[in-house]
Design a protein around this ligand. Structure first.
Ligand code: NAD
Length: 311
């Protein structure tokens, strides 16, 4: 087992992707601190790991605050003696278009995803540095953070912010041998179950049937378990030289995302005044427009939900 003797925290691991990550880390030999706001699913998650001979301990507390971050690191150290791996996965959605999004919708999503990632990583990194542990920080992004998505102002801000923090932490933690990477997952979970475009894939998953190849291959959309191997690999000693990266994974597909780079660099002596831009700028900019949002291919006829329009 590749993670024998290691100790991991996975936030939001009562169900969905977090549960799959926790189970795979345990399967690879790590002891796992389960975290969720729902005590019943947290207890079930612990029981599922113990049933297969693994070690797990639940901390029921909402990620976001420094207090919860401290509780999680303390639980890892008190229950299992150390902390090697942190996966910041806890998340909520409050989707609506910009002009209808309330301050509460915005603050809640930012608090759980962005602030929760910041507070937990700060606590874990401080512990790892103090104890000379070459730890693994794995933060969870989203295609929405990479490209934007209709109705997800709050979520896009949080997920793009997480990737920005990961790049910064990879620089700051390099000397300590701690890696920081982001994983951009796509999978059938409660979060994606209501999207009509994925209905045929979610239905297959619920019946424990294989998902159609169109989803697994063409869209990179599979089960939560499909993402878990990448998390365990990034958590292992084998991934010591991988840091500051954004890895997309889902179904049969793995992607390495680029970081933003200028696609055009031009100079104007004396600077880019309005007149200089009006003379030279339109071509420079409009000839190089970048895509926004994710473009899904049309669903094959047989995979279309009966009454719902395709995405
Ligand atoms: N499902 C996908 O395709 C997909 C795609 C991109 C990103 N993600 C990201 O993956 C992560 C997991 O998503 P999922 O699809 O498994 O969702 P999910 O809703 O099934 O699971 C999220 C879990 O987090 C818990 N949670 C919510 N708020 C919390 C808090 N404050 N503290 C602790 N736990 C909390 C929930 O109770 C739940 O168990 C999220 O960060 C999500 O944004 C998912």
């Amino acid at each position: 087992m590749s993670l024998e003797g290691k100790v991991a925290i996975v936030t939001g691991s009562g169900r969905g992707l977090g549960l799959a990550y926790a189970q795979e880390l345990a399967r690879q030999g790590a002891s796992v601190v389960i975290n969720d706001v729902d005590s019943a699913i947290a207890a079930d998650a612990v029981a599922s790991i113990e049933a297969t001979g693994g070690k797990a301990f639940a901390v029921v507390a909402p990620v976001g605050s420094t207090e919860t971050a401290k509780l999680l690191v303390a639980a890892a150290v008190e229950s299992f003696g150390r902390l090697d791996i942190l996966v910041t996965n806890a998340g909520v959605l409050r989707d609506t278009v910009l002009w209808k999004m309330t301050d509460e919708d915005f603050d809640l999503v930012i608090n759980v995803h962005l602030r929760g990632t910041f507070t937990c990583v700060r606590e874990a990194a401080a512990y790892m540095r103090e104890n000379s542990i070459a730890g693994r920080i794995i933060c969870i992004g989203s295609p929405t953070g990479q490209r934007g998505n209709f109705g997800q102002t709050n979520y896009a801000a949080a997920k793009a912010g997480i990737v920005g923090m990961v790049r910064t932490w990879a620089l700051e933690l390099r000397k300590a041998g701690i890696t920081a990477n982001a994983v951009v997952p796509v999978a059938a979970t409660a979060m994606t179950a209501t999207v009509p475009y994925f209905a045929a894939a979610v239905a297959a998953d619920e019946k424990d049937e294989a998902m159609p190849a169109f989803f697994r291959h063409d869209l990179g959309f599979g089960t939560a378990a499909d993402v878990a191997g990448t998390i365990a690999f990034l958590a292992s000693d084998e991934a010591a030289n991988i840091t500051g990266q954004v890895i997309g994974v889902g179904g049969d597909r793995l992607q390495v995302w680029s970081h933003p780079e200028p696609v055009v660099t031009e100079y104007q002596d004396g600077g880019w005044t309005y007149d200089a831009l009006a003379a030279r700028g339109p071509g420079l900019i409009t000839d190089n427009l970048q895509s926004i949002g994710e473009k899904f291919p049309p669903l094959p006829e047989e995979l279309r939900p009966a009454a719902a329009p395709t995405a």
